[in-house]
Design a protein around this ligand. Structure first.
Ligand SMILES: C[S@@+](CC[C@H](N)C(=O)[O-])C[C@H]1O[C@@H](n2cnc3c(N)ncnc32)[C@H](O)[C@@H]1O
Length: 211
């Protein structure tokens, strides 16, 4: 078992409570909206965790659509069961075993966990059909002036959610990985859109795969 599976397996129940708080739902709704999905489309969430985004994705694709939730941690997927009537897959998002292209792909609070986020985002973009969209949602440092004092809390949050707390420069490494993933999304897509949520601490970006 990897550090990620041990960490999230242990904290799945607590994570689920936090991930489904009422205030968090609006971010998840925005993330699903950023994919411009239509009824009957197919969508995958990489690292879906306990499935908090899946009902929003289902709402966007309707009953005829297909929602896939992929995660490497069994304990997280157990809690995702039944959410959004999704097909759940226990698999590695850095080597996703999807045979068919999808119309939308979401990575929410996950890209900082990859050693090479650029190549993962590349692979994700390759899985999306022409005109489909890819969206990333993640914590980031807020650049708003009033938020500067709160950036200490941001560092604590990043450290707390890190699966490798012995590593030095946890926040810097986290920020580098997130930036690399978002930069790659910008390189690989057109019709790029970006918004900040939660007082600037959440970055939602999306782009369209060129036809
Ligand atoms: C912070 S949680 C995010 C869960 C969900 N996306 C959300 O928005 O609440 C990160 C999830 O990514 C999963 N994960 C981390 N590395 C992964 C990988 N290589 N492949 C698949 N899932 C992974 C973890 O198991 C965990 O469930």
């Amino acid at each position: 078992m990897t550090d990620v599976q041990t960490f999230y397996g242990r904290w799945a129940r607590v994570y689920d409570v936090l991930a489904t708080l009422p205030g968090v739902q609006s971010w998840r709704q925005e993330a699903a909206t950023a994919l411009d999905l239509a009824s009957g489309d197919s969508v995958v969430e990489m690292g879906c965790g306990t499935g908090a985004n899946l009902p929003h994705l289902r709402e966007a694709v309707g009953e005829r659509g297909a929602v896939i939730g992929l995660d490497v941690t069994r304990g997280m997927l157990v809690r995702a069961r039944g959410r959004g009537q999704a097909q759940l897959l226990q698999a590695d998002a850095t080597r996703p075993p999807l045979a068919e292209p999808v119309d939308g792909l979401l990575g929410s609070f996950v890209v900082a966990m990859f050693a090479d986020p650029r190549s993962v985002v590349d692979q994700w973009c390759d899985l999306v059909a022409p005109d489909g969209r890819v969206a990333l949602l993640h914590f980031t440092r807020s650049e708003r002036t009033w938020a500067r004092p709160i950036n200490a809390a941001y560092r604590a949050l990043v450290w707390g959610s890190s699966t490798n707390k012995r590593q030095t420069g946890v926040t810097e490494s986290h920020d580098r990985r997130v930036a690399a993933a978002y930069d790659r999304l910008t390189d690989r897509t057109t019709d790029h859109r970006e918004q900040r949520l939660a007082g600037g601490y959440l970055r939602l970006a999306s782009g369209r795969i060129e036809a």
